[in-house]
Structures are given as C-alpha cells and as structure tokens.
Design a protein around this ligand. Sequence first.
Ligand SMILES: O=P(O)(O)OC[C@@]1(O)O[C@H](CO)[C@@H](O)[C@@H]1O
Ligand SMILES: [Mn+2]
Length: 453
Amino acid sequence: MPLLRIIPVSGLHVHQNNRLDIVTTRIFDQIIFEQSFAYQTVRDRLPVTITKVIDNLVRDKDQIVQDLGEFTKEEMKEVIGSFSKLKNEVQTNKPFEVLTSDGPDVSSWNTYYEREREREGEKPRWFHTSWLYAECYMYRRIHEVFELSTSMKTFDPFNKQKKDAFLNSLDLIVFLGNHVMQLLRMKNLSQLEMKEELLRLVKVTLWGNQHDLSHPTGYKLPEEANPLEHIDRLNEYILIDDSHHIWSTLTASGKANAVIDIVNDNAGYEIFTDLCLADVLCTFSLTDKVRFHVKALPWFISDTTKHDFFWVLQKLADLSCKSSSLPALATRWEEHLQSGRWVVEAEDFWTLPHAYNEMKATDNNLYTKLSEATLVIFKGDLNYRKLVGETNWLPTESFTNALQGFHPAPLVTLRTLKADLICGLQPGQAEMTAAKSHNWLTSGDYAVIQFDG
Ligand SMILES: O=P(O)(O)OC[C@@]1(O)O[C@H](CO)[C@@H](O)[C@@H]1O
Ligand SMILES: [Mn+2]
C-alpha cells in the first residue's frame, strides 16, 4: 500500500511532536494518508504532468523538428519512450535512481539521494519518501531526459503553456501596467500615500501567485474588470497580514547600497506583478538594487526561468497595440538591468530538493548573498513548503520556529495556500477557516503574508 513519509495531512489531524516526518514506522492510518494532498499529488497529478509533456511533444512535433533539425525527429521517439518509462516508475512506486546526466547540479542531487537512502535504509521511492523530494525529483528527471538527448538538451516542455498563460492574462497586465506607470510618474507622494500604494502592490503580487499552472483547479480570472478593486475585496482571505513590517523594515534600514532579493515563482502574470513591485520599490527609493532569483531549469510547470523573464520583457516591448504603458515599462526595466540596478540570477539551489534550513550548509555562498539583503521576499507555495521544512506544524506554531534557524536576513513570504501545511495562525483560526471552506489549505483561495524580522 503506498505511503508517504513526510506528509502534511489534510485537515488538522493530530500528529506527533508537531511533526509527521519523525514518524518512522510504516503502520500509518491509511485513511489519513489517502486524504493528504501529497498522496493525491503523487498518485494523480505527477503522472498527468508527464502525460501532458508527452502529448505536447507529439502535438508540436513538426514545429520542434523545424526549429531543432531533422535529427530531432528520431530522437523525439527516444525522448517520449523515456517519459513513458518515467510515468510507469511513478505509478508502480519504483525506487529512485541517481542522475546520470552532466548538469552542474547532478552531484548535489546524487549526494541528497545517498543521504536519503542511508537515512531510510533503502532506496527512496515515489510513495515512500517526502512529498517535497518526490515532486522536485520528478521535475529534475523530466529535465534529465532532455539533457541526455543530443539535440534537445535545453528544451523547456512547459514553454508554450507559460507563454499562453501570459497572453491569456493580457487584460490584467494592461490594467496593472497602466496603474503602475501612472504611479511611477507621480511626484510628491506623501510617506503615507507611498506606504498605501506599496502595500497594495504587495497584495497584487501576493494574489498573482494564484496564477500557477501546476495547481489542479487552475486559476479562475476574476469577474471584476479592475484587478485592483478585486484585490481590495480579498483582504478577508489573507489569514496573516504582516505587510506593515515590509514598510517599516525598508524605511528603517537606512543602508547605503540596500539590496532586496526576490525569490520569484511563476512566469506570466505573476512575474509581471513582481517586476511592477520591484520598480516601485526602486522608484520610491526603498532600495538601491533588486536581485531576482529565478529557476535554472523548467520547474513545477510554470516557474520562471531566465528565458521566461527576458521573454516577458521582449513581449511587453512589442505590445504597444494594447497600451503604451507596456513598452514604457519594458524600456524602464531594460534600463534597470543595464545599469545593474536589477540583476537576474538562477542559482542551482532553488531547483534542488532541500528545505531552506539546509541552505547554509549546502550552499553557503547563496546564504551569504541573501544575508546582504534588507529584505528577502519569497513568492509562492513551493517556497513556503521549503521555508517551513515541508512539515505539518501545528497551525499555531510560530513562523520563526517553523523556519528552523533559516534567517539570512529579514524575510517575508507571499503565498496563496496550495499545500496542506501552515503555521503562525491564532488559536482557533484554522478551525474557523476550515468550517468556512473544507479545502482552505489547498484551494489557493486563502493567502498569507508572513514576516520574520
Ligand atoms: O509554488 P507555487 O507555484 O505557488 O505552487 C506550486 C504548487 O502548485 O505545486 C505544489 C503541488 O504540485 C503545491 O504545493 C502548489 O500548489
Ligand atoms: Mn510555481
């Protein structure tokens, strides 16, 4: 019977010492495990993701061969064969294997694998390891299939989906682009006005995280034409709102050469909102520099890679037919990049399976880099899972404790809830929210802005 060891159980079941991952026995309560979102993900969603990769390759075959050359035609058969094998491995709970490609992160993945193998006393398997490891490993294996090919080494199987998602959100992008362009041109805003505008944009980027292509329910566009009014109406769905700390941290810092790090999440509308926020942070003189951290490889379907980041800029420059604000923003952002005020990085650590309390020991350079920041902003659900160590804390456990020592700098997480784990709530708040909505932890309808100073 398939089991997952570290599982945030759906709902608020009792667990030992707040943590399920210290349970070593395999005699679990089957009903609880089958209810977990983790179990559903590995059973249903991961095979579907692989099937879609295959289907898209078949559908786009002619275009791919045209782009990459005739040789790819034959090679695609092998690639598709490898994906069918991978899907079978998931569905039949096969043991994980070491990676054999030559990516720069391969030795880190294999070291992690050996550690888990030793800890578990046998090879990790899809249903017998942590959800975080299993899910990250699947995306790494998908990339490995391409890496092992000759002509598709850097192929991104989610590229088209990401572009389509951006284009489907154009109405929102135009609306927000016009608003932000107006804001950036305003002179003499009072401190209070600046604070209100900034925190509103923080909420725009927070809810931008609903635009995630790996989420089962998908994103429903709001019915309101004006996304900013829509955002104002969502305040009651923000279970923890520490946003005022963002303002106080940035205004109190007084640092020369202040840096903000943004650990980005999804491409399309969400990255557009992140860029808007970053420009406002710079223009309001709340920072001198912003470093964006994107993914080094295709990840959780919609996560932003460097390629996606620059594609958005290019696309905005071409969208004068929609609004003059979009090319104007693209020009500003190109200038920020050229002046070094903005930097885009894609460190390997973000696409490893580690929780963030392991960053210091695993990637000390990255930890030290983040330590320079006045504020580190983490976007999205997967970052949250890694921040709190993929542990089903009691919902009232403090965010600081759940971070388990990860504190490179003041940090804030902007996350819509799409996985059944949470911390930092008031006593009774989880129960009250669960009474209103049975899937509050996973639907993406609720959100948190949690700060650790
Ligand atoms: O990090 P993101 O884009 O906000 O969310 C990623 C996500 O869709 O993937 C995981 C399951 O596949 C969930 O934790 C989460 O819902
Ligand atoms: Mn994502």
